[in-house]
Design a protein around this ligand. Structure first.
Ligand code: ASP
Length: 438
């Protein structure tokens, strides 16, 4: 039997008009039985998300300042939704308890979590679904990491007693019963956790775009929407800066092989993007699934004659980075050279120290740091079976006059990473996109 978890992002629940669309979507398909809402998001571009209002309000409360006005603004956001939906619900007792808790320094995570909690209560009432407080079913361990096994046990048992339920996103509880949130955008993770616990056939993630685009629309004009993307491709693209879904939302469903469908609340008939373990045969239209990238990387280049014969050279270099708490992104190497690519941010004040330690550790002939690199990842499961992909990427760049500073292709042939100067980044993305846009 079909069973779906549906998660709605903040813009899908920003006001009563959006709530009405959400109800229409849910009631149009009776398998949409578990609903995970975010807090109300922006109604227009200059608006403030309720989560941000809560963080701000709590900051003032924790300094002992008066929060009456800020709190009333939050109350007003919810009350206007309730009024415009015409439902018989009062959240006054909750508002009182929350304001009291703010004044008694209940914690920043507790404060932020109330955005989803209150929105969940309204949505449950509006849909006539049960309300399950995430604090009772989503758990973190004492060290603050997510307790997936305990959560899965309790949540799957709990869901058996509710055929239709709303479970607010973004938060859960610590072993001492305090509230903890996931990182920003974490309702996506809650949706995935609920999908696993209920063992659903599909996790629908409703947002305000019709799926993943092949490239960032701020850089490429009208990029195509990706119809199918595998979990692994998605990881690569999200890591390189493509946003739509929280990076960690993939794990709970991936282990169960549950697909995620990214859908648009404002255009519900659009197919959106299907995130799957394996794409169907007919979906291998383009060799490239997507292109993403980020600016501001540094390359530490180490040269030493006969490096290739020096056992443990690489380990000693990487140990320096590990001890300095800097994780590396890529490691392109030649016979007598080794380059370590790290983000400029991570390097910050540690650069001198790292240089000294590398000299001590491996006594190189030369070591330099060059900043201002951008990385572009060309990702596609189709690369394995298609000859000439790399050549197409590189000729498109050379035709466009972009100087390639670094190339790294994983042995899985899922991606090619190209390093260019920051100032060539947008051009590089456009050249590559055009080469595969057929
Ligand atoms: N409301 C939270 C945020 O703005 C979580 C979410 O929407 O997923 O980050």
């Amino acid at each position: 039997m079909e069973l779906k978890v549906v998660k709605f992002g903040g813009s899908s629940l920003a006001d009563a008009t959006q709530f009405k669309k959400v109800k229409e979507i849910i009631t149009a398909d009776e398998s949409r039985r578990y609903v995970v809402p975010s807090a109300p998001g922006k109604r227009f571009s200059a608006d403030t998300k309720v989560t941000d209002m809560l963080y701000e309000c709590y900051e003032h409360a924790s300094k002992g300042e008066n929060i009456d006005v800020l709190f009333d603004n939050i109350r007003e956001r919810y009350n206007s939704i309730i009024k415009d939906l015409g439902i018989d619900l009062s959240l006054e007792d909750d508002f009182c308890a929350i304001k009291y808790a703010f004044r008694h320094k209940s914690g920043r995570d507790y404060a932020a979590s109330r955005g989803e909690y209150l929105n969940g209560k309204i949505l449950a009432k509006y849909l006539e679904y049960d309300f399950i407080d995430a604090a009772n079913v989503i758990f973190f361990k004492i060290d603050g990491t997510f307790d997936s096994e305990r959560t899965n046990e309790v949540l799957s048992e709990t869901l058996k007693n509710h055929t239709h339920a709303v479970i607010p996103g973004f938060y859960g509880s610590m072993p001492n019963d305090t509230i903890k949130t996931f990182s920003r955008g974490g309702s996506d993770i809650t949706g995935s956790i609920v999908a696993r616990a209920a063992n659903v056939t599909l996790y629908e993630n409703w947002t305000d775009v019709s799926g993943f685009m092949m490239a960032d629309p701020r850089i490429i004009k009208n990029p195509k929407t990706i119809e199918y993307i595998t979990y692994r491709e998605l990881r690569e693209l999200s890591y390189m800066g493509a946003t739509v879904l929280h990076e960690d939302a993939v794990f709970p469903v991936r282990m169960m092989g549950i697909p995620i469908n990214i859908k648009n609340t404002n255009a519900p008939d659009d197919k959106g993007t299907m995130i799957v373990s394996e794409a169907p045969e007919e979906a291998t239209g383009s060799v490239i699934t997507g292109i993403a990238g980020k600016k501001n990387f540094s390359v530490i280049r180490i040269e030493k004659d006969m490096m290739n014969q020096e056992l443990g050279f690489g380990r000693r270099v990487l140990e320096v980075f590990e001890k300095c708490g800097v994780s590396f992104e890529h490691l392109p190497s030649g016979i007598d050279t080794m380059s370590v690519v790290v983000s400029e941010n991570a390097l910050e004040e540690k650069r001198d120290h790292i240089m000294t330690e590398i000299c001590k550790a491996v006594n190189p002939d030369h070591v330099t740091i060059e900043d201002g690199y951008a990385l572009v990842a060309v990702v596609g499961r189709g690369m394995v079976s298609t000859k000439g992909t790399a050549s197409k990427v590189f000729s498109s760049l050379s035709d466009g006059g972009v100087n390639i500073k670094m190339i790294d292709q994983g042995s899985s042939e899922l991606n090619i990473i190209i390093g260019v100067r920051n100032e060539d980044f947008e051009k590089a993305m456009n050249c590559i996109y055009s080469a595969f846009d057929n």
